[in-house]
Each structure stands twice: as C-alpha cells, then as structure tokens.
Design a protein around this ligand. Structure first.
Ligand SMILES: [Zn+2]
Length: 441
C-alpha cells in the first residue's frame, strides 16, 4: 500500500488529505476515516493534544502479529508507535486515539495479541511534564527549553568561559537551522570525547541532561569531574536533529524523525537509521511514513552527513563516542544490525559499560542494562553508535538510553532532569576511569 502520512499537516495540505481520507474510507476499514478526521482536527488547531488517548503495551508473540503490527506502524491510521515492532518476543507501546480504542482492542483480541492499557489519558502525562510556571529567569534544569533558548544559553556560556569553550556550526538542517557543536578544552593534546544528543526529536531529556553535564564540566569542584573536564576535549552536539526538535515544541510532542518532505503527505527520516554502515540491515522500515524510515540512501539526511563530516574531522583524536537517547535505561554498544559478529573488543566494551551501570545504580538505584544494541534492546541498523565504531574508528562507542522504564517514557517530568543528569555524569566518570584502566584513554 502507498504510504500517506503520520501526524498533523499544514493547512495548505488539508484538501489533498481529505480526498485521500475519503478514498480510504471506501477501500479500507472505517477505523481509518475516524483517524483521518481526528488528525485533521489536530492539524487545524496546531499543537496536537492527547485528551483520552490511550497508550497500550503490546506483546509480539508470533511472526503473523509482527507483520500485522509493522503494517499498522507504517500505514496512515493515526496510530503513533513509540517503538518499532522489530521482532517476535518483544513488545511495543502504541498511542491510540479515543475513537479507535474499541476497534484496536478488537483487533488485538482477534489476533491473540496480548496488550495492556498503560494509561487511558496521555494528556495527563503531558500535563505533568513541565512545571506550571518557570521558577527561574533564564536557563535552568527545572524545565525543558526550545532550540533557540538552548543555543542562547550556549552562546552565553561561551562568552563567560572564552578560553575553554567555543561553539561552531557544523552545517544547516533541511529547514535551514544551524547545527551547533560545542568544544570544551582546557589544554592542548587531550584525547577527545564526542557526544550527540536529541537526534530523536521527542527525547527531550537528552539535551536537557547534556547541557547540565556541560555546566558541571565548567563549574563543578568535585575532583573526579574536574579531572574528566580538564584532561579530555569534549565535543558536544546538544541537539542533533534541530528541525524535529523544533517540531516537537510547536506541533507534535511525540515526533521522532527529521522533517524532510518525501511526498505530499510523508515527512521525516529516522536519522539514527540513516548512517552509512550496514544501512537497512535489520530493524528499519523502507516506508516513508514509518518512524524508522531509513531514508532514500545512506546519509540522505543532511543532518547525518553534517554529523559524519564533523566526526571524521576529529576522529583521529577521539577514543569515546556517546549518543544520548531515551528511554528504557540501557547502555548499548556495537553492533545492532542483523546477525552481526561480536565486536573485536567486545569484552572491553562490556566491562566499561558495566562499570558505568554499577556506578549509576549507586546514586538512585536505577538499573541500566548493558549489552550490544541487538542483544540488549533490538536489532537496528544504520545507527550512529555502529558507524562511529566501524567507520569512524572510535574504539569505545555507546548509546545511552536514559530514564525511565515505562511510567512516563519520552515525556519525563522535568523534576527528573537533574537526577537523571547526575546519573549520566556519574556514568561518564566511571566509563573514562575504566577506559583508562584498560589503556584506551
Ligand atoms: Zn532515540
């Protein structure tokens, strides 16, 4: 089936959309029409709200269910999958509009798909995400901030710490926004550490924690933090998908991808399935409306080619690469693609990751599971962590999946920014310490 679109449209496209919806009414189950109508409403009213939207946890127990769910994920039905249905014996969460709940529950029953209603009103969770009003003037970590606010804060920090901090632009996005990288360096000759955050637009906790960590690297008096700040060069891309991130603030909080337009109705490529290593070798979709659409070619997304061009320029000095995501509480390392061999330094990658997990747990007893992406989470290919390792030649390459394990998911209340950021910094200190023991840095 030709794919159409996910999520709200701009007003200019409403007419086309309505025609397609009517055609779908004739050809497809009537459930789609209602989904179309609801999506049209959200398009007219701007920012999507989720009153009485349900979130279901769905278990995939056989190949037929997997095929069915993959079809639903990439088709124009208005359902938002929070995970890609990547394999049997896994589970996904899916957001269902109130008018679709009965139909979907019947569908699950018909196909013997075990499902649990996690919340019956997603808007209530969204309402807990941000404080009712900001307590502080300016920037902080008791709320989430827009791209412009984050960039403004960075420029202010560079002005305050000009001998240590610099900021540069590694290119522009599809929609013309700057992609910024911060460099923190106390002395020449340091080994480098590369970090990207918020390459998935809806994972707001990632840019919030990484800006907190940057602030600590500059201001903390803790000896272990001073050591990692002053003896390594830090390259941080705090928002690696600025277009998608802006869209989550203005229009659709749960948007994941870039904002590349593929056709009249389909937007966005999953940038973390678009890297040029084992591209499309498991855990991706070739359907443009899917949330894990891998793009028309490796590095088809300008955001991804900007990142890889920059990483290549510093790779010779970088020994540790970190890609910050949410959610689920994992520390993942290469590889993620289908039937991948073990990395040559698998034992070291595991040891460094486990040391971080142990130290993180000591803070607030949050467990982080450690393993390869494919073993610990799911099969995924064309991902940054594998590219940085295999093509960039960076020997220690990890994905952090931050809090939580399901209660709030991507919509983590702002009061968890600081404790989650403390865990992330503790993880960095531990990783670097263990990597030094093993002779990497
Ligand atoms: Zn992610």
């Amino acid at each position: 089936m030709q794919s159409f679109f996910r999520g709200p449209l701009t007003d200019g496209k409403l007419v086309v959309h309505r025609v397609l919806c009517v055609k779908m009414e004739i050809k497809l189950a009537s459930v789609f029409l209602l989904a179309c109508a609801l999506t049209l409403l959200s398009a007219v009213h701007g920012k999507q709200r989720y009153e009485n939207y349900g979130v279901y946890k769905v278990d995939i127990t056989d190949p037929g269910q997997l095929t069915l769910l993959q079809g639903l994920e990439s088709s124009p039905n208005g359902y938002t999958f929070l995970d890609y249905p990547s394999g049997v014996n896994s589970s996904v969460e899916v957001v269902i509009a109130p008018g679709d709940k009965n139909t979907v529950e019947r569908l699950f029953k018909k196909h013997s798909i075990p499902s649990t209603l996690l919340t019956s009103n997603l808007q209530q969770i969204l309402d807990k995400e941000r404080p009712s009003r900001r307590k502080l003037e300016g920037f902080g970590w008791e709320d989430y901030y827009t791209l412009e606010e984050i960039y403004e804060w960075i420029d202010g920090m560079v002005a305050q710490y000009p001998s240590v901090l610099s900021v540069s632009t590694i290119g522009q996005t599809y929609e013309g926004r700057d992609m910024k990288v911060i460099k923190l360096s106390y002395k020449a000759g340091n080994v480098g550490i590369f970090i990207d955050a918020n390459i998935h637009a809806r994972e707001w906790i990632t840019s919030a924690t990484i800006t907190w960590v940057l602030n600590e690297l500059l201001t903390s008096e803790e000896p272990s933090v001073r050591f990692i700040a002053e003896n390594y060069d830090w390259y941080i891309v705090p928002v690696a998908n600025p277009d998608g991130f802006a869209y989550t603030h203005t229009t659709e909080r749960l948007w994941r991808k870039t904002r590349t337009q593929h056709n009249l109705l389909c937007y966005g490529t999953d940038p973390n399935r678009n890297f040029n290593f084992q591209w499309n070798n498991g855990g991706t979709s070739t359907t443009p409306c899917s949330d894990t659409y891998s793009g028309t070619a490796p590095e088809s997304e300008v955001e991804v080619s900007n990142l890889t061009t920059f990483i290549r320029s510093i790779a010779a000095t970088v020994k540790l690469s970190l890609s910050i995501h949410s959610r689920g509480q994992y520390i993942l390392f290469p590889f993620g693609y289908s039937n991948a061999p073990r990395a040559y330094n698998y034992q070291d990658l595991m040891q460094v990751g486990q040391r971080a997990s142990v130290e993180i747990y000591k803070l607030y007893q949050k467990p982080y599971r450690v393993g390869t992406t494919a073993d610990a989470l799911y099969v995924a290919s064309g991902i940054s962590v594998d590219w940085a390792y295999a093509v960039g030649g960076i020997p220690l390459s990890y994905t952090y999946e931050l809090r939580d394990q399901g209660e709030f998911g991507f919509i983590l209340p702002a009061e968890q920014i600081v404790p989650n950021a403390e865990e992330l910094l503790e993880g960095f200190v531990a990783m670097i310490d263990e990597a030094r023991v093993l002779g990497y840095m």
